[in-house]
Write a protein that binds this ligand. Structure first.
Ligand code: G5P
Ligand code: MG
Length: 233
């Protein structure tokens, strides 16, 4: 489906709430929508052993946040490199911003480029249920594709559906680190909620599973941004 207006969307949600899962489904449903995941970007830097990767790897493994200034610079560079820092592109950010300071700094950069955020979706999932999700998660690091042994298992056990490459566990998907990540999320989310609800663009979307949440987000986007059939202007 083609969007009638450019969409610049933030996906907020606790660790394991399904941000990555919704991102994959949304980019499939709306092919002009691009996506950036701050966690995937950082994990790629860790895998490449870059200076940022070295800095981030310890923080990620301890369930701590990478400093705001570093993160804002990373996302800004990715938007620039992809030529998305303008009013003509549609994209969604998964996992960024996650502090009030990141949100304000991002807005400054976007506003200067006439690319203000126009929708923020907060995934509202029962936090008691998500530890078991991340314990059963396996990822394909090169693409960011996410699997779950119970919910969406790979076609071949522990192998990526598209490349056949081996899947890996994330080092921060242990009960101990997950607890720290969740605490950090709960500490930061109220300032983000307040910030975006004052702007009138925050939409919490609740559901027990990602299958229930996805059609609600899709409908919200269709209502607010309209759709045009492929090929029409
Ligand atoms: P990340 O990578 O952004 P988190 O903690 O925010 O990590 P995470 O863990 O990636 O978020 P998610 O993307 O919200 O979770 O969830 P997901 O992967 O889609 O789903 C989780 C699992 O559940 C998967 O196995 C999926 O298949 C399954 N699943 C989905 N839906 C359902 C369902 O309905 N039912 C069931 N049973 N299963 C389901 O950030 C990692 C680290 O990077 C740093 C931080 O250190 C952070 O901890 N970082 C930043 N630091 C500072 N600022 C930032 N902006 C940063 N961004 C990242
Ligand atoms: Mg994710």
């Amino acid at each position: 489906m083609k969007l009638a207006k450019q969409l610049r969307l933030l996906l907020l949600g606790a660790p394991g709430s399904g941000k990555g899962t919704q991102t994959s489904r949304l980019v499939k449903a709306f092919p002009t929508l691009n996506s950036l995941s701050s966690g995937d970007i950082l994990r790629a830097e860790v895998a490449r052993g870059t200076p940022l990767g070295l800095q981030a790897s310890k923080l990620i493994e301890e369930g701590k946040l990478v400093p705001d200034e570093t993160m804002v610079g990373v996302i800004k560079n990715h938007l620039l490199e992809n030529d998305w820092l303008n009013g003509d592109s549609s994209w969604l950010l998964d996992g960024f911003p996650r502090t009030g300071a990141q949100a304000k700094d991002l807005d400054k950069v976007l506003h200067e480029n006439r690319a203000d955020i126009n929708l923020v979706v907060e995934l509202d999932v029962d936090q008691k249920k998500i530890l078991e999700r991340v314990e059963a998660r396996w990822i394909h690091p090169a693409s960011g594709r996410v699997y779950n042994l119970d919910y969406n298992p790979p076609k071949e056990p522990y192998r990526d559906d598209e490349t056949g490459e081996k899947l890996e566990k994330r080092k921060d998907d242990t009960a101990e680190v997950f607890g720290k990540r969740l605490d950090k999320y709960n500490e930061e989310i109220s300032s983000l909620r307040e910030y975006y609800s004052k702007k009138g663009i925050l939409h919490p979307v609740a559901g027990e599973t990602s299958d229930i949440i996805f059609p609600k987000i899709k409908k919200l986007i269709e209502e607010k941004f309209g759709t045009a059939s492929e090929g029409s202007s």
